[in-house]
Unconditional design. Structure first.
Length: 418
């Protein structure tokens, strides 16, 4: 099992390039099931979760091809297997994104119920309720959800009792082929939802309001192929900006959309970091010290839960007490005990982590537990004195494209060891 060896206290310099967004590419890949024509996707990151989704699409009957220029060609001419099997879903819960497309395209979808996940229960009841509102009959047995709509889906109003990102994406894709008009109320406003709506529109869907909490979809008979470039990964971009700040370096994070992680940028400035932004890049420059600030995670455009662990790592070296409140998931502080092994001073009380800084972190052997907790450990190791060994970095590989190469090119002492 791969590990990272990181020796801290190096300053970084130069550029940190951002890849395409994993959380935009995943629904975009599921959308390819909605048409029998080929779809070309550019800037799909080569990360493990994408590989898992491609395996799932092939299982459904799609032809998947990486082209020379690095883009992806997906052709779902025929759906031979409208299901997401247990052995795939158990490794990636985002497999539930095929539920809506398969039900809409074939009238049948069988998806293994996603099991528990380390950061929380993460049920998909809102996806299921939404499909039932569009006329599907949904049953659950033997660990599988089966949605059937033999006469096709019918447009309707779907009110999400709780904001759900992939729930919004799932239902937007299903509604694109439903008969009549669908209104999604209390929809997620994430940039990845907007990116998916843009792809679906290129495929012939009629969607208004993506990016707001009310999305209207006028169903169409069929969708055609399209070509689309995936937006930059705002979570990777935010992680790399924090890498520049935590190592007190002058770095430029390039190929990103600063607007998509504005909440993080404003929190970093409140903490005293010097962060400048252009249309496609963010530059950090050294400062004398950082002040602690409080953060509460919220749905977009609030502070992203996917950046909570990374920001908490930064607060361990800021002066003062910071209250980090995690409102989206029940158990997203698994990075805390590992950071404590490096000398961080953090107390957890329910949904809140209370961080007292600055601590002078020292390198240690630590364990990655989930994707963003792992990123938090990488950031702490970059500033810790001495050597850290990070175990189970396959968690990092799920959502970051060769992050160790990017960091090493900017001057970090980081290497992958097996
Ligand atoms: C997406 O997950 C992201 N994944 C997550 O990123 C991200 O943390 C999350 O949104 C929140 O921003 C992808 O886009 C592939 P939710 P998703 O449905 O859609 C509850 C990463 O690190 N809920 O918005 O699964 C749920 O339990 C990953 O890249 C229900 O109760 O998240 C959670 O508490 C981690 N019932 C809250 O809503 C449902 O049917 C928000 O979940 C659906 C969700």
């Amino acid at each position: 099992m791969d590990k990272f060896r990181i020796t801290g206290r190096e300053t970084l310099s130069g550029e940190l390039p951002v890849s395409g967004s994993k959380n935009s590419a995943l629904p975009a890949l599921a959308a390819c099931l909605l048409t029998e024509e080929p779809v070309i996707l550019h800037r799909v990151p080569r990360v493990k979760d994408i590989g898992t989704m491609l395996k799932l699409l092939e299982h459904n009957g799609a032809i998947v091809e990486w082209l020379e220029d690095g883009s992806l060609r997906i052709e779902a001419k025929k759906i031979v297997n409208p299901e997401a099997p247990y052995e795939i879903v158990k490794t990636m819960r985002a497999s539930s994104l095929v539920l809506g497309p398969l039900a809409a395209r074939t009238g049948v979808a069988r998806v293994s119920v996603p099991g528990g996940c380390s950061i929380g229960a993460r049920p998909i009841n809102l996806h299921i309720n939404g499909l039932e509102h569009l006329g599907a009959t949904v049953q659950q047995e033997h660990g599988y959800i089966e949605a059937t709509a033999p006469d096709g889906l019918l447009g309707n109003t779907v009110h999400f009792e709780r904001i759900t990102v992939t729930g919004t994406e799932d239902l937007m894709m299903a509604a694109a082929l439903a008969r009549g008009k669908t209104v999604l109320e209390n929809a997620a406003r994430e940039p990845e939802v907007v990116d998916l709506a843009e792809l679906l529109t290129k495929m012939g869907a009629r969607i208004q309001g993506a990016g707001s909490s009310r999305i209207e979809i006028e169903g169409v008979e069929r969708l055609r192929g399209a070509e689309h470039t995936i937006i930059a990964d705002r979570i990777e971009a935010g992680t790399l900006v924090i890498a520049g700040v935590i190592t007190n370096s002058e770095v430029t994070v390039t190929g990103c959309v600063p607007e998509h992680f504005a909440a993080l940028i404003s929190k970093l400035r409140r903490a005293g970091a010097r962060v400048e932004e252009s249309a496609t890049a963010v530059r950090t420059t050294p400062v004398t010290r950082l002040r602690s600030v409080d953060v509460t995670t919220e749905e977009h455009p609030g502070f992203a839960t996917d950046l909570q662990a990374q920001f908490l790592a930064l607060m361990t070296v800021a002066t003062g007490i910071s209250f980090i409140t995690e409102n989206i998931f029940e158990n997203r502080f698994m990075h805390v005990p590992e950071l404590a092994r490096m000398g961080a001073n953090i107390r957890i009380e329910g949904r809140q982590a209370i961080v007292a800084g600055p601590s002078s972190l020292t390198g240690a052997q630590v364990m990655c537990s989930d994707l963003r907790a792992s990123a938090s450990l990488v950031l702490a190791a970059l500033v810790a004195r001495g050597e850290s060994i990070l175990d189970r970095v396959y968690h990092v590989d799920r959502g970051y494209e060769r992050i160790e190469d990017k960091l090493r090119q900017a001057g970090a002492r980081i290497e992958r060891i097996d």
